[in-house]
Design a protein around this ligand. Structure first.
Ligand code: TYM
Length: 335
């Protein structure tokens, strides 16, 4: 049986990278036979940078709404809140005691986020990948569908699992497989094709948010970085043209076709024409999701019901793993 787990942070709005690199793939996976699916709102990760309490609460519901609007079916997948399952924090501490600082120092995301002033970065930001390892190992997840930027964190989770298993001489934690799917595993900024599309980019024009209206989407795509040459005849013709490559990749992922097929259809076209087709396609795919998200957000009690149900299911599994971990490590257990 496959046990699939993934999550997103409730910080700012979700963007096209989150959708194409993660959520869209989760939806495809939930229909696989013989799989159990867990999708969480990673609020404990969000607080590694300061959050306004009310904004965090609202964003948590909003992410859950985005999951459902994007196609995650609460009847097939457990949708839950990370902080509502206390085992994540507990297991994190246990695993932190067997994680080397040197490995955490090498994490690209930490280096990017801490910047030059790593001395002043919070412990949470540094230990972030250990919490992520706990998130995954606590469910004994076999597959973790994420965008490419999370690959290094998954490698760490595998290492932590193996350190624990070796230290205690048991095959207890499962080594999770990263699932990095499709051409859009790394959607780039619309303003700079060498940088990933990110929530933390200061420029709104760099990303398409899932809540953008049709006009905003069209405007952002129109302004997106390209180059003076037309679309090439072959895929190889996109090499060294990051902005152009990014738009072709986005088109392919939205249309569910390969980048080769996009090039075949559009070879020789100018960017004006291509961008207008891309904007129409993005609106066609995203508008129904945005509408559904708004509907869901107008009924927070229903979202809370779904989250409570998911958190209960996840919680029961997590508690079992934490109990077993405590037992293996030699902690006194309440009789
Ligand atoms: P987060 O919230 O940064 O991103 C959520 C998902 O979106 C993917 N993603 C992208 N994919 C393609 N192109 C992009 N430009 C792009 N930007 C983001 C991410 O790879 C991710 O899959 N640490 C995680 C959340 C997390 C988690 C976990 C994930 C916490 N615990 C356990 C899996 C398993 C994060 O911050 O994702």
């Amino acid at each position: 049986m496959k046990r699939i787990l993934s999550g997103m942070q409730p910080t700012a709005q979700l963007h096209l990278g989150n959708y194409l690199g993660a959520l869209k793939n989760w939806v495809a996976l939930q229909n696989e036979p013989d799989s159990e699916n867990f999708y969480m709102v990673a609020d404990l990760h969000a607080i590694t940078v300061p959050q306004e309490p009310e904004a965090l609460r609202a964003a948590t519901r909003e992410i859950a709404a985005a999951y459902i609007a994007g196609g995650i079916d609460p009847a097939k997948s457990s949708i839950f809140v990370q902080s509502a399952v206390p085992g994540h924090s507990e297991l994190m501490w246990l695993l932190a005691t067997m994680t080397q600082m040197g490995k955490l120092e090498r994490m690209t995301q930490f280096k990017d986020k801490a910047g030059k002033n790593a001395e002043r970065a919070g412990l949470g930001l540094f230990a972030y990948p250990v919490l992520m390892a706990a998130d995954i190992l606590i469910y004994k997840a076999t597959h973790v569908p994420v965008g490419e930027d999370q690959k290094q964190h998954l490698e760490l989770a595998r290492e932590v699992a193996s350190t624990f298993n070796t230290r205690y001489g048991q095959d207890f934690f499962i080594q999770p497989e990263p699932f990095i799917m499709g051409a859009a595993a790394r959607v780039m900024s619309l303003q700079d094709g060498t940088k990933k599309m990110s929530k933390s980019d200061a420029s709104e024009k760099s990303r398409i948010n899932l809540t953008d209206d049709a006009e905003t989407i069209a405007k952002k795509i129109k302004k997106a970085q390209t180059d003076p040459e037309a679309l090439p005849e072959t895929l190889a013709g996109l090499e060294g043209r990051p902005g152009a490559k990014n738009l072709v990749t986005i088109y392919a992922a939205l249309a569910d076709i390969t980048p080769e097929a996009v090039i075949k259809d559009c070879a020789g076209k100018g960017w004006g024409e291509f961008k207008s087709a891309l904007a129409d396609l993005a609106v066609e795919k995203l508008a129904p999701m945005t509408r559904r998200m708004q509907e869901l957000m107008s009924d927070p009690a229903e979202i809370d019901r779904i989250l409570a149900q998911g958190s209960e299911k996840a919680g029961a599994l997590a508690e079992q793993t934490v109990r077993q971990t405590r037992e293996i490590m030699g902690f006194w257990q309440r009789p």
